[in-house]
Design a protein around this ligand. Structure first.
Ligand code: ARG
Length: 400
């Protein structure tokens, strides 16, 4: 029995997604496979990938450049939300999935496909993100995930591919599973599966080893308009160039590495290594600018929203009503998050060392300890009387 007639497959050119092509046709009776490779700034030439899909039996091989959309529609809202999953991971892989899902659904519509497919296994987060995003965008499309069912080891998959004319990978493949795009790199597996193993320097490519970083600190100023980064050191950049420039600048000083134990959606704890220099620097700077321009209560309330927002992105709920509602809250808070933050980059660290804004709520004549002080000190006494009253009443009773 055929599972679908015409399928659009999310394609990376790797072993698994390549084997999906003959597998879908031979084992699942799919008549036509259209592949879609997304350029999200991973810095890889996708022309060979495009050809490889045809060799593997795809009828159409699409390559979509979506890097600008990735930054403006996905990364920027995440920065405005200071989105860090479990306080650490800036969601560089997670943010790409709803966008790829959108492209799959659009291509399915354009080519009249009745299903979309991806090469995720059953253990990760990405399958959840793809499936839920796709069902949110088009609940009528079938979703096929061959690698979730086929039960082949990597060797089995390579052998299966060879039977259908897919050459085995020439390079000895890396022991790591790596996902990469403009926003960052996610590195797992191999000896990193032992949480006590120090990640070898070879797993990193966006960030320098501390031994190789400059011996002098570098200061950079990042400017935001309504929570969106627009300039570095006074020069305006297009969104994609801004992220690229910042990845370089921060990565050169060894800033942007994360080593964490992470709770996956499917209930497994996993050890994850990330590199995301620009995203981490931008969130650091953006959060600081908020501390200058938002009232304390909005900032504090937003922290809770940010945590929920990060979880929604991580758990595949980008296209959900709760996410939309939180977006409205976050956008409302960003109206005056405009200004400049100065960061000091040095030996693996990025530190905020200055900030300014035309909407600064900091009033020096109130804060100063000098002679310009305008704060009414006497007013504090009455305030403290009222503020402490409930505690005082309670204390009297319990001390009796
Ligand atoms: N744990 C990360 C996340 O859930 C990274 C996933 C990496 N994906 C991969 N295919 N290697 O977002």
């Amino acid at each position: 029995m055929s599972r679908a007639e015409k399928v659009v497959l999310a394609y990376s050119g790797g072993v698994d997604t390549s084997v999906c092509i003959p597998y879908l046709k031979q084992e699942w009776g799919v008549k036509e496979v259209i592949t879609l490779a997304a350029d999200l700034g991973q810095g890889e030439d996708l022309n060979p990938v495009k050809e490889k899909a045809i060799t593997a039996g795809a009828s159409v091989s699409l390559v979509n450049n979506a890097v600008e959309r990735f930054v403006t529609e996905f990364a920027f809202p995440a920065i405005q939300a200071n989105a860090l999953y479990e306080n650490q991971y800036p969601l560089s892989t997670a943010l790409a999935r709803p966008l790829i899902s959108q492209m799959l659904v659009e291509a399915a519509q354009e080519y009249g496909a009745d299903a979309v497919a991806h090469g995720c296994t059953g253990k990760g987060n990405d399958q959840v993100r793809f499936d839920v995003s796709i069902m949110a965008l088009n609940p009528d499309l079938k979703i096929l995930a061959p690698a979730r069912e086929w039960g082949m080891s990597r060797e089995d998959a390579i052998a299966y591919g060879e039977r259908f004319g897919l050459p085995a990978p020439v390079k000895k493949s890396s022991p790591y599973s790596i996902d990469q795009n403009l926003l960052g790199r996610s590195i797992e597996a191999g000896d990193l599966e032992n949480p006590m193993v120090d990640p070898p320097e070879e797993v990193f490519s966006m960030t320098s080893a501390i031994a190789q970083t400059p011996d002098k600190p570098e200061y950079i100023e990042i400017s935001f308009e309504q929570g969106i980064p627009v300039a570095i050191n006074g020069t305006r950049y297009q969104p994609v160039d801004l992220i690229r420039t910042l990845n370089q600048a921060a990565g050169k000083h060894g800033f942007g590495r994360i080593d964490m134990m992470e709770n996956r959606v499917v209930g497994i704890k996993s050890r994850e290594i990330y590199e995301a220099p620009a995203m981490l620097a931008l969130i650091l700077a953006h959060r600081d600018l908020e501390s200058l321009t938002l009232t304390g209560d909005v900032s504090q309330y937003k922290r809770g929203i940010e945590d929920t927002y990060s979880q929604l992105i991580y758990r595949g709920l980008w296209y959900s009503p709760l996410k939309q509602a939180l977006d409205a809250f976050i956008q409302q808070t960003q109206a005056r998050v405009t200004g400049t933050v100065r960061l000091k980059l040095f030996k693996g660290n990025a530190t905020v060392v200055g900030r300014q804004s035309p909407y600064s709520l900091y009033a020096e004549d109130l804060a100063t300890y000098g002679s310009q002080d305008e704060f009414d000190h006497k007013a504090a006494e009455g305030f403290i009387y009222v503020w402490g009253l409930p505690t005082k009443v309670w204390s009297k009773l319990t001390k009796d």
